[in-house]
Write a protein that binds this ligand. Structure first.
Ligand code: A3D
Length: 308
């Protein structure tokens, strides 16, 4: 039997998620949204395109949580996206009430699902989902570091005119202005970028990475990035469904790791059939630790504003 992938939110990211999940045949896809007709319309359009890519996955839309019953994977993008001039944190109040409803709907209808949260402010939203749903920590994870790392990988590949496949990067901490791109761990086929790019230029690439989401918002003006976030979440879903044991930076619940207690923060983890199977603790030097701690403090301040 095919796996079932439920997408909560059928907006910009939800649409790309549906297309990728179905056309890669990760499983049958259901799009849930509160707007009537939107998930059904998107699903119908994609289903009618499926013969052209030879995909047999079924795609449907729903306005009721009954539609997600028994889902193996749930990816949540419900909520507002940023407009120019807004920070991710500005979305907290509105998206918090949406996330509470979503967590209840998922808990009651897909109690065994592996859940990937994408809605912003990410670290606070994934924390809220975990608190309301009561799901175990290995089955609730936030998508962020994998995208921030992909952005840095792109900038390094463009800089050196090398394949994006050969660049690896690790961006830790909260998903916001305080994120911590770890330059020491960024390599091209194992060669540290510090041997290939000047220190001044690396600083510019790091700054561009931190502002990369805002750069896209500034250009689009009507919303935020949606293709790269969707592809990042699909990588995570695939790692789970195919038990790939991939290593990504994701927002994971830390309980002692990195000296953090009870907070979702971006850290490297192993993702497979067990969901977040374990967190990898990498060594941070004094400068990296300082930036990481500042980022964790920021997440703490945000989470302190949450009333469940
Ligand atoms: P958008 O295209 O506006 O889609 C959001 C969808 O959520 C809309 O179709 C809404 O109708 C729907 N929605 C609203 N309330 C509910 C509800 N209660 N239940 C179900 N659906 C609902 O936004 P988007 O797809 O561009 O972005 C979605 C979210 O992802 C936003 O919060 C963004 O800030 C966030 N985002 C996160 C990242 C990360 O890297 C973490 C990147 C880009 C966007």
């Amino acid at each position: 039997m095919r796996k079932k992938i439920a997408l909560i939110g059928g907006g910009n990211i939800g649409g790309v998620l549906a297309e990728q999940a179905a056309y890669r045949e990760l499983g049958d896809v259901v799009i849930f949204d509160v707007v009537e007709g939107l998930p059904q319309g998107k699903a119908l359009d994609m289903a009618e395109g499926a013969p052209l890519v030879g995909a047999d996955s079924k795609i449907s839309g729903a306005n009721s949580y009954a539609g997600i019953a028994g889902a193996d994977v749930v990816i949540i993008t419900a909520g507002l996206a940023r407009k120019p001039g807004m920070s991710r944190d500005d979305l907290l109040k509105t998206n918090l009430s949406i996330m509470k409803q979503v967590a209840e709907g998922v808990r009651d209808n897909a109690p065994d699902a592996f859940v990937i949260v994408v809605s912003n402010p990410l670290d606070a939203m994934v924390y809220t989902f975990k608190e309301v749903s009561g799901f175990p920590k290995n089955r609730v994870v936030g998508m962020a570091g994998i995208l921030d790392s992909a952005r840095l990988r792109s900038f390094v590949a463009w800089e050196l005119d090398v394949s994006v496949k050969d660049v690896t990067a690790l961006v830790l901490g909260g998903h916001g202005d305080t994120m911590v791109p770890l330059v020491r761990y960024c390599t091209v086929a194992g060669v540290p970028i510090e041997q290939l790019i000047s220190a001044e230029r690396i600083d510019e690439l790091v700054e561009r990475t931190k502002g990369a989401g805002g750069e896209v918002v500034g250009l689009l003006k009507t919303g935020s990035a949606f293709v790269s976030p969707a592809l990042s979440a699909i990588e995570m879903a695939e790692a789970f469904l195919r038990d790939k044991k991939r290593v990504f930076a994701c927002a994971c619940l830390c309980e002692g790791e990195y000296g953090i207690e009870g907070l979702y923060v971006g850290v490297p983890c192993v993702m497979g059939a067990g969901g977040v199977e374990r967190i990898l603790e990498v060594e941070l030097n004094a400068d990296e630790r300082k930036l990481f701690d500042a980022s964790v403090d920021h997440v703490k301040e945000l989470v302190a504003q949450i009333e469940i």
